[in-house]
Design a protein around this ligand. Structure first.
Ligand SMILES: Cc1ncc(COP(=O)(O)O)c(C=O)c1O
Length: 179
């Protein structure tokens, strides 16, 4: 009879492909499997506590299970979980946009939402490109990238990045050259 941890670990190895993880090594290890979080700590399914010292890759800056955030999410869920911004709008999208423009540097007074860093970079690339196309400067389509730059892992974001490990295999996809 498997323990709950062993069952989850086996299912992880059978069905879940962890990003930025060498799965060959991962499947021969005992994976860390998180059950819940509280403030700065995460707890695994076996009840052990860990300091989430890198805020779950910088994304959990306010800590885990924060009552005020949980309440705000629950309040919104009880109204509507999702509605599109395609040709229409919704209350929180509008009100947050106003707040964000209030704290953004002057001149940045429009908000376009994205759901991840890589998608945000894709959007910025497309907007910058289209801006010059619309202005009639058709030749302006090169992007300068810094050495070792990382902007996310989608194809467009990789195309303006410069970490050899990430771009080596995909060069032919992102630049038209063979890899
Ligand atoms: C500088 C930078 N840009 C973009 C990204 C991509 O963000 P995401 O993982 O949300 O797509 C990251 C992620 O680490 C990043 O560090």
């Amino acid at each position: 009879m498997l323990t709950d941890y062993e069952r989850l670990a086996n299912l992880n190895k059978d069905y879940l492909w962890n990003p930025f993880t060498q799965m060959k090594d991962y499947i021969s290890s005992d994976p860390l499997i998180i059950e819940r979080g509280e403030g700065i700590k995460l707890y695994d399914v076996q009840g052990r506590a860990y300091y989430d010292g890198f805020s779950s890759v910088w994304l959990n800056v306010h800590g885990h299970n924060v009552p005020e955030l949980n309440q705000a999410i629950t309040d919104q869920l009880s109204r509507v979980a999702h509605s599109t911004l395609l040709g229409m709008a919704n209350r929180p999208a509008i009100e947050l946009a106003e707040k964000l423009t209030g704290i953004a540097p002057s001149g940045l007074n429009k908000i376009f939402y994205s759901d991840s860093g890589a998608a945000g970079v894709e959007i910025a690339i497309k907007m910058a490109f289209q801006y010059w196309q619309n202005k009639g400067v058709k030749s302006k389509k090169a992007f300068i990238t810094m050495n070792q730059a990382y902007h996310g892992d989608t194809i467009g974001a990789v195309s303006v990045g410069a970490i050899p490990l990430y771009i080596r295999l995909r060069a032919s996809l992102t630049s038209g050259q063979s890899g």
